[in-house]
Design a protein around this ligand. Structure first.
Ligand SMILES: [Zn+2]
Length: 173
């Protein structure tokens, strides 16, 4: 297009075109070509601007993806560490339980295991201020006096939930 405009201009300047009508046509064509060139330059400029803003957006999103990935990596590492800690804790509690279970008479252990199965994982409960901490029921006066009379090594149980009751100085007896 630019070549055509140059050629038109050269023809105009050379004086080869003499008829006024041809001259007018040529001038009109030159003007129209100049306008089209201007329009095209505007479009090119707009496309360049849009490309630039798209590149900025790409850079911004890439940065955000990187930040999110960093957070994921961090959380994954912390989760791994937490699992490791829990595994260690579970192993030590299991071992501790084995040691304690070995010191408990077999029949009592059997009773405890049976109750634990029946009572959602808790086979023994503390007697605290006359209340069974397993079922949260306060014991009847008669039951409390029975427990008071029982020898320290007698296995006493909650009248309500049947769990083994563990007596302490806070039992309220
Ligand atoms: Zn109870």
């Amino acid at each position: 297009m630019r070549q055509r405009a140059t050629r038109d201009q050269q023809r105009l300047d050379s004086g080869a075109v003499s008829s006024p009508k041809d001259l007018e046509n040529l001038q009109r064509e030159i003007a129209s070509l100049a306008k089209r060139q201007g329009d095209l330059e505007d479009i090119v400029l707009e496309v360049m601007e849009r490309r630039e803003s798209a590149q900025e957006r790409v850079a911004e999103l890439t940065e955000r993806v990187g930040a999110v990935q960093g957070k994921i990596d961090d959380a994954t590492a912390r989760r791994g560490a937490a699992f490791e800690e829990l595994d260690g804790e579970a192993a030590s509690v299991t071992k501790e339980r084995e040691v304690i279970a070995a010191s408990v008479p077999a029949d009592l252990l059997k009773l405890y295991e049976k109750l634990r199965e029946q009572q959602g994982g808790v086979g023994a409960a503390k007697l605290y201020q006359r209340t069974c901490q397993g079922c949260r029921q306060e014991l009847a006066i008669t039951e409390l006096s029975e427990i008071r009379k029982a020898a320290p090594d007698t296995v006493v149980r909650c009248e309500n939930c049947r769990r083994i009751l563990v007596r302490t100085s806070e039992s309220g007896l």
